[in-house]
Structures are given as C-alpha cells and as structure tokens.
Design a protein around this ligand. Sequence first.
Ligand SMILES: Nc1ncnc2c1ncn2[C@@H]1O[C@H](COP(=O)(O)OP(=O)(O)OP(=O)(O)O)[C@@H](O)[C@H]1O
Ligand SMILES: [Mg+2]
Length: 347
Amino acid sequence: MSLAATGITPQAQAEVPNAIEVEHIVKKYGDFTAVDDISFSVREGQIFGLLGPNGAGKSTLIRMMTTLIPLTAGTARIAGHDVESDPDDVRRVIGVIPQALTSDIDLTVEENLSIYAKLYDVPSEKRKQSIDELLKLVDLSKWRSAQTKTLSGGMRRRLEIARGLVHSPKIFFLDEPTTGLDPVSRVAVWEMLTRIKNQRQLTILITTHYMDEADRLSDRIAIVDHGKLVALDTPAALKASIPGSTVIEAQFEGAPGDWEQRLGQLAGVTRVQHLGADMYRVLTSNGSETTTALVEMAVAAAIGVKSLSVQNTTLDDVFVHYTGRQLRDELVKSYAFVMPPRPGMQP
Ligand SMILES: Nc1ncnc2c1ncn2[C@@H]1O[C@H](COP(=O)(O)OP(=O)(O)OP(=O)(O)O)[C@@H](O)[C@H]1O
Ligand SMILES: [Mg+2]
C-alpha cells in the first residue's frame, strides 16, 4: 500500500460526514481469505468505485456492507449504523443492486416496482407517485406495462436501479451494474446513475472491472486484488502516483536476456516491466524521446519491433503498477502502429 488515503478521514477534514466506514474488514471461508483486512471510508454524496478482477472480493465486500453475510473480523458502519449490531437500521438507509439480475421476468415493469414498494412499506398513497417518478428517472415510463422478459439487458438493469430506489435510500450499492451490457447501454447506465445521485443526494458505491468507467465517474477508487486493498485515491491521484506519464508497450522479435535492463537505461525511462512473450511495458516521463531511442536501439541491435503502442497513463497502468498484472484479458489493447517486418525477419 503506497497511498496514505487508505484510512478513515481525519476528523479535522471531515466537514462532510462519512456515509460508509469500513475498518479492517475480513471475510474467511474456511482457510480461504476472500477479503483481507480492508479499510476505507466514503463521504456522503460521493461515487466510490471498487475496482478489481474476477474473484478479487468485491461482491463479498458489498455483501458484508449490506448485512447479507457476517463479517469474520473488523467493522463496517453505514450512515453511522454498525452492520452487525444495527442491521435493520442499515437496511433502511441502503439500496442494493446485486450482481445477478433479480427482477421477476413474468411480471410487468410496474409490478416489479410495486412489489418492492409494498415490501418496504411505502404508504399506498405515495406508491403510485414514487413509481411514476422512478420510471421517468430511468427512462422506462413507456414500458411500465411491458413484461420484464421483453426488456433488453440494459433496460432490465435500469428497472433494477429504479427498484433499488423505491424506499428512497441514501446509500446505493451496485455490484457490477454494467457487466454484460453493450458500450452504449453501459454509458447510459452510468449517466443515469450520475443524474440520480445528484437529484436524490445519494452516496454510491459501485463495483466494476471496467477501468474507463471507474475513471470517468468515480470520485475515489479502491483497487482490490486477491482480497486486499492495493490502492485508494482519486482517479487523477492514482494516475499521478505511478512513475512516468507515458506508457510504451512494445513487442520485440528475439530480444536478448538483458533487454529489460537495456530498456531501463533509455532516456526518460522510469520503469520497465517484462510482461512475457517478448512484450515489454516501459514507463517514461518523455514519450517521444524514449520511443525514438527504443526504436533506434532495436534497429542497432537487429532486434525486430513487432508492435509498439504509446499512450498516456490510464487506470489500467495503475492496476498493473500496483498488482504486477493486467486486468484486461488480452495482453495489449491497442497498437498505435504495427512495424512492417524487416527484411529477412520471420513474419
Ligand atoms: N460462499 C463462498 N464460499 C467460499 N468461497 C467463496 C464464497 N463466496 C465467494 N467466495 C470466494 O471468494 C473470492 C471472492 O469472491 P467475490 O465474489 O467477492 O469476488 P468478486 O470480486 O465479486 O468477483 P467477480 O468479478 O467475479 O464478481 C472468490 O475466490 C470466491 O470464489
Ligand atoms: Mg462479484
């Protein structure tokens, strides 16, 4: 852990109260530790992004914070209520959208909302108005009488977001609300959440493994890996916390054993990582100078450059920096250009 901002906000700075306070929380399943001593706080009105790969412990964390499973150790307070000693108080102030879609596909959109409103004891005279407002908020007014099974994935997510708000919670937990949606629907969901947050003065905790989303919409981000908190800060501070402002990813043909070391000696380079299979990631404070030097060194050593990409630091790079692994499935997302094969080189 390299960032100082992992603890609970000091009293002196805390003009805005914390909506969520998690201290040294642990969840064990037998010998396996799914969540390993995590602490963080979220101020009222913020969007907090919990970012991590499959199996990192995101859903387990949410389940503990929302009173669904007991804690092995540590504490979690939601709007000041302890999840273990005051679970009913916690449940009254939270809305939860679980990872799996849980609306009833045989009911209409309106019926799905109305059942929840009744479950949460929303008074009958307020129910209709509240449902009308929520349908408008998630842009589903036209679909109120449609059977839920006829909705697209994005529309069903929006219905579940509306359903999570029927009892006017103050703190909203969403577990991967955009996974499986197409890019347009993902953006629609995020824009909707930002709007809803502002209109209803919500605090939002959201999990995702999409770095771009977390970057654009979160006030603060916690990166979780193998149950541990590896970094926590604003997106900008996280990006600034890793050495170098530019990332060069290059794949070479026949690089020698000391190649990593030689890359590290190029102008401007602050860090080199060998990602395997002839692929290297070079962090630099001077992208153009290092790129030129890198290509010149390869040419002089008769080492082929199979691909090369140069880009500004992203949250992906932050993730690689703190975990030593890439979150995305493929090794390299995009190539700025692909070098033509050099004479005599294998294609
Ligand atoms: N009830 C359980 N019993 C045993 N192990 C569990 C249980 N629930 C979760 N785990 C394990 O805990 C780890 C964290 O799981 P969790 O579902 O919290 O991850 P996640 O970050 O939400 O991942 P994903 O992105 O796949 O949803 C995983 O290795 C998972 O297999
Ligand atoms: Mg999960």
